[in-house]
Ligand binder design. Structure first.
Ligand code: ZN
Ligand code: ZN
Length: 156
């Protein structure tokens, strides 16, 4: 995502907080800066670690309270890959139709878009008398490093 659109997505989130009459504390600001500054998908614990890199005062409780606000704002999407924890997608606002691959071992996440898949989804939806509102495709696999090296670099 471009820097300009990241900045405007962050602004939209801060406006969302203001609209809900929630204070934009320095902790929340640090969390928002972190979320809308990365293209990587993250877990709550990762977000905590990264946000603390910006502002040491960020607490676990604030991160866990801010995550539902992020998803409620519609700018971040929560993703369930069947693990004990969820992943969060900061690129949702800009690319609502992208799909994900995840490595079952190191949890590396790769995004992809495919016109072909979109066409098929539209076709199926249409055929069954529905109209498409949203879609998500998640593929679990093993990454190339695991195949080649027998281990994932990300995990080491
Ligand atoms: Zn994504
Ligand atoms: Zn891997």
């Amino acid at each position: 995502m471009s820097v300009a659109s990241k900045t405007s997505t962050k602004k939209r989130f801060l406006q969302f907080l203001a609209h809900k009459k929630l204070r934009i504390t320095s902790q929340r600001q640090a969390i928002a800066d972190t979320v809308f500054d990365t293209d990587e998908h993250f877990t709550a614990e990762q977000l905590l670690e990264w946000s603390r890199g910006r502002d040491k005062s960020v607490s676990r409780a604030t991160v866990y309270r801010t995550l539902p606000l992020l998803t409620e704002s519609g700018l971040v999407r929560e993703m369930d890959f069947g693990k004990d924890y969820k992943f969060y997608d900061p690129n949702y606002a800009e690319h609502p139709n992208h799909n994900h691959l995840i490595c079952q071992d190191c949890e590396k996440i790769v995004e992809f878009e495919s016109e072909k898949i979109e066409r098929i989804e539209n076709e199926i939806t249409h055929k069954l008398g529905f109209s498409l509102k949203s879609q998500r495709l998640q593929i679990t696999g093993t990454c190339e490093e695991l195949k080649k090296l027998g281990a994932c670099k990300k995990k080491c």
